[in-house]
Ligand binder design. Sequence first.
Ligand code: NAP
Ligand code: G4F
Length: 370
Amino acid sequence: MIRFAANLNILSVVDFQLRVITMKRALITGITGQDGAYLAKFLLKKGYQVFGTFRRTSTPNFWRLQEVEVFDQVNLIPADLIDSASIAEAITVAEPDEVYHLAAQSFVGASFEQPIGTGNVTGLGVTRVLEVIRLINKDIKFYQASTSELYGNGNAHPQREESSFMPQSPYSAAKLYGYWITRIYREAYDIFACNGVLFNHESPLRGLEFVTRKISNGVARIVIGMDKTLPLGNLKARRDWGYAPEYVESMWLMMQQDTPDDYVIATNEACTVQEFAEKAFEVAGLNWEKYVIVDKRFIRPLDVNYLQGDYSKAREKLGWEPKVKFDRLVEIMVKADIDRWNKWLHGERFPWDAPHYPAETRILTRSLRM
Ligand code: NAP
Ligand code: G4F
C-alpha cells in the first residue's frame, strides 16, 4: 500500500514513490518519556514515519520532544494503557510495522505507593498492546521495554540473559509479567516480539525523581545558591549506568533481526549512588560530603543492591556497544542542569515549562477532534 508521508523531502516522482513505498512506520507508546523522545529522533533519522501515544494531561507534556527538536515531525495519538480501546485506536490509526512499547509507570519508588496501578499499567498494559496486535495484524513487530530490575538481588554479577530473576518491587514484579507475556506471545502466536533487558540509562531528559537527575539538578541548584543540601536515600546501591540516546539504538537493532530474541543492554560497569554524587559535585568543583545528607524518606522498603550487565550477546549479534561511560555521563548531566538553571536566572523558561498546546501539534484519531 502506498502511504502518504507529510515529512518527505521529495526530489522526483520516482524518488517520491520509492520512498513512500519503503518508508517504515513506527508506533512508540510513551513517546513523551525520556526514551520515547530519543527513539523518535533516532527513527526519524532512519527515515521512519513516527507515531506516538500520549496521555491527556492538564498541563502539556511535550517538552522532551521539543527539546530534541522533533515535536513538529511526530504524529501523536491519545491512548492510555489502562484503556484497551484507545490502544486499538492507536494501532489502527498508525498502521505500524513496528511497535516500541515504552509506556509504563516506570518509577520503582512510586510502585510501592501504587502497587495495583503499577501492575495494571506496567504489567497488564503489555498484554493489552499484544492482544491488539494479535487481533489486528500479527505481522506487526513488538519491542518490550524490559529491565535489569528483573534480576533483583538473586544473582552473581554481571547479570546476563540467562541469569535468574528475583524482583524486589511491585514495579519489577509487573515488568516480570511483561517480560514473560512477551515471550509467550512470541512462542504461542508467532509474533515478532522481543525483550530489551535494559540496565539504567540516563540523560538530561531523565525525570527529576530518578536519582541521577535528582543529583545533577540538586548540584545545579546548590551551585546557584538555591539549596544548601541534597537529601538522598540508599547511597550504597550499585547500578550500571549508561547513556539513553545510545540505548534506543539497541531497541531498533533488535527489531531488524531475522528472528526475535531477548538482549541485555548495559555498559558492564557498576558504580554506587555515592560515587555518582561524588563525581557530580566534582564536576561543579564542590565536595559532595558538605552537601549530601541521608534522608530515610528516600529509602525504599526493599531495594536492589547491585546491577551490572553483561552485554556480550548484544555486541556479538547486534553489533551494539556503549560509548558514553560513567564519568562522561555524569558530566553531560551536571553541565546540562547547570546550564538550564543559569538560563533561568537570566529570565529564560525551563524546557518543561511549555505554556500551551502548540499550534503545530499533530494529534490523530479516526474521529479527528481538532
Ligand atoms: P519515562 O520517562 O518514565 O516514560 C514513561 C512513558 O510512559 C511516558 O511517556 C509516560 O507518559 C508513559 N505512561 C505512563 N503511564 C502511562 C499510561 N497509563 N498510559 C500511557 N502511557 C503512560 O520512562 P523511560 O525512562 O523513558 O523508560 C521507558 C521504558 O523503559 C519504561 O517502560 C521503563 O520502565 C523502561 N526501562 C527504563 C529504564 C531506564 O533506565 N530509563 C531501564 C529499563 C527499562 P507521561 O509523560 O504522560 O507520564
Ligand atoms: O534512579 P532510581 O530511582 O532508579 P531504579 O530504581 O534503579 O530504576 C530505574 O532503572 C530501572 C532499570 O534498572 C528501570 F527499570 C526503572 O524504570 C528506572 O528507570 O534509583 C536508583 C538507586 C536505587 O537503589 C535507589 O534506592 O538509587 C537509590 N537512591 C538513593 N537515593 C535513590 C535516592 N533513588 C531515588 N529515586 N531518589 C533518591 O533520593
